[in-house]
Design a binder for this molecule. Sequence first.
Ligand SMILES: Nc1ncnc2c1ncn2[C@@H]1O[C@H](COP(=O)(O)OP(=O)(O)OC[C@H]2O[C@@H]([n+]3cccc(C(=O)O)c3)[C@H](O)[C@@H]2O)[C@@H](O)[C@H]1O
Ligand SMILES: Nc1ncnc2c1ncn2[C@@H]1O[C@H](COP(=O)(O)OP(=O)(O)OP(=O)(O)O)[C@@H](O)[C@H]1O
Ligand SMILES: NC(=O)CC[C@H](N)C(=O)O
Length: 684
Amino acid sequence: MPAFHNLYRHGFVRVAAFAPHVAPGDPMENAQRLIALAKEADKSRAALVLFPELSLTGYALDDLHHQALILQSAEQAAAALIEASRDLMPVLVAGAPVAVDGQLYNCALIIHRGRLLGVVPKSYLPNYREFYEKRWFAEGPSAIADSVRYAGQDAAFGTKLLFAADDLPGFSFMAEICEDLWAVHPPSLDGALAGANIIVNLSASNALIGKAREREALVRVQSQRTLSAYIFAASGSGESTTDLTWDGQTLACELGETIAQGPRFEDNAGLVTEIDGERIVQDRLRFSTFRDGARNAREHLTGWRKVSFTLAPPLDETLPLERTIRRFPFVPSDRERLDEDCFEAWSIQVEALVQRLRSSGISRAVIGISGGLDSTQALIVTARAFDRLALPRESILAYTLPGFATSEATRGQAIALAGAMGVTHREIDIRPAAERMLADLGHPYAEGRAEYDVTFENVQAGLRTDYLFRAANHEGALVIGTGDLSEAALGWCTYGVGDHMSHYNVNAGLPKTLIQHLIAWAARTGRAGEAAGPVLERILATEISPELVPAGENGQIQSTQGVIGPYPLQDFTLHYVARYGFGPEKIAFLQETAWGESSRSDWPDHVAEADRHHYAMADILKWLDVFHTRFFGQSQFKRSAVPNGPKLTSAGALSPRGDWRMPSDMSAKLWREAIARLKDELGD
Ligand SMILES: Nc1ncnc2c1ncn2[C@@H]1O[C@H](COP(=O)(O)OP(=O)(O)OC[C@H]2O[C@@H]([n+]3cccc(C(=O)O)c3)[C@H](O)[C@@H]2O)[C@@H](O)[C@H]1O
Ligand SMILES: Nc1ncnc2c1ncn2[C@@H]1O[C@H](COP(=O)(O)OP(=O)(O)OP(=O)(O)O)[C@@H](O)[C@H]1O
Ligand SMILES: NC(=O)CC[C@H](N)C(=O)O
């Protein structure tokens, strides 16, 4: 069995990209420099090492590309590189000029364990402004030959070559060369459709003001468009500065996100990171127009050939990820991005409710406010929607509905909030009705026994909902829902006659880990009105609790996260289950990387010191089990009957009409067994 803490077991592929210091016109010397870097990458157990365009000769040689001695020496240097690769694990991708049938091509050499797997010529030769490549090279697609003898080996030759490891699913790649990416129809568009999950680009892109940004934009967008990982390495120091300069930019982007960048303007700089091959495979499964793309590009996709190789990664070694896995997939670490996301989320929620109020012709709203996070956010959104429609805020009827465990603190917060926001506050004590219902049911509580079971809880949640709906009838109003995405995932709500139901749920798509930031943002930016600031601060500082059960003798209140798990972990799991379909084993590995005891100490500054927790594997597995049991085995019947509400994040809204369809009578057996096996394996 491969080691659990080994990235290759979990669908990752470690890749390296370097910009070696170039010796122009000295291929043998360059080969030695490439070999030294390849050995470094081998030590870090990389599966792929990328070098820049014409990295064996140097790019800026001008007419010297046609000098016989340079071409011969390049071939000898390639042979030396191939020989050196015998003892190395990674596939090496280096650039060299290769003559085929009397034409010279600007090529990528794909080398693995002493074999030249293939030679890929550049398709698009820049011949404008500072570039003169057509003076020396022929265009790849014009070649007739489909194989080449080079550096003492017979190898596949052509622009339509796909390289795939036969022992590592997800590790398949194709190569394109610098300008190919700038072309209107880059070869990687077809390469991705033909099956390449990773695209490598050998580049010699000269440095100009703004060029690094331009390259990053191209690489990032191409990784998004092709649903792939895109690795880029541009020539760096040592290249001739006769008229141009070289910065050695290295980049790795995956599905539209930059995951690593090497330093620029340094000798032999580069990057080492990991590509999540499984995430790419999963995203392509879901994105049906990716398949349609293959249909429509049929004529471009004929003639692609697959070259297989065996990587044999060291599965028994401990190989943790170098790549950063975000602790909060729904919450950007960067403050500016977080503010942007808060603005987006809030605007979407407001827009959604405005449309519903407009279309229904209803101009009053009813909302139960507990002084907790969810109902606060829903009230802020409702108030803004009313402002937009020029409806008076007094038409929002905010009810406090104290029950058996409602604390004076949260009730006070709710009342203060209603006052600060200028909405109408009303209160109905639900206890007499709840006592009556419990007595009618013959519940032990009615006889004075402290039995706080689910009936005791749901009687209160149900009566609140009953009152809110009847108030809505009575007042001609719409009941605003408050339940969030994380609660829907876990089934943490009272079904039907309970907080599960409303006329329109503005929070349906909102993960719990984002809500506190939204409220803080609203307070900071005055979105909730100046007067609301202090009470919002108090609400943010209150522990999350449904307050359905009275405090114990020790004064301890019912803690939501003590029952269903810490929301940061459960939101993390939700993101990877709903968006990418990952199994518990992969999620446990990711979670340990992000949240484990030995995980990195860098925290986004928006996470308070007191909230900077680490979790041991035993806790991770415990809460994974709770999540999977509830998500797959218990709560879909609740999700399959949720009210309307807007989708907010790409992980979905879990609405059965939208992003999440599954049977309501499923068993969580498969997932729980996988978690049990992990517990055995990891010694818990
Ligand atoms: N697959 C299925 N299809 C159809 N019905 C199914 C079902 N599985 C169970 N059921 C039925 O559903 C009922 C159980 O569901 P339900 O009545 O909802 O009750 P249940 O899920 O057992 O309890 C609600 C939980 O949510 C918590 N809660 C409630 C309210 C607010 C908050 C909060 O913090 O926001 C938390 C509360 O503390 C409690 O633990 C049972 O009567 C069962 O027979
Ligand atoms: N005391 C209360 N008064 C009025 N409404 C309440 C009260 N308690 C609960 N509710 C309503 O029921 C919903 C679910 O409440 P609960 O407090 O159980 O959990 P929650 O999901 O954490 O919500 P919140 O963060 O708003 O408290 C609340 O959002 C609110 O609309
Ligand atoms: N070597 C190349 O193909 C360079 C062209 C590329 N468009 C650049 O601007 O850098």
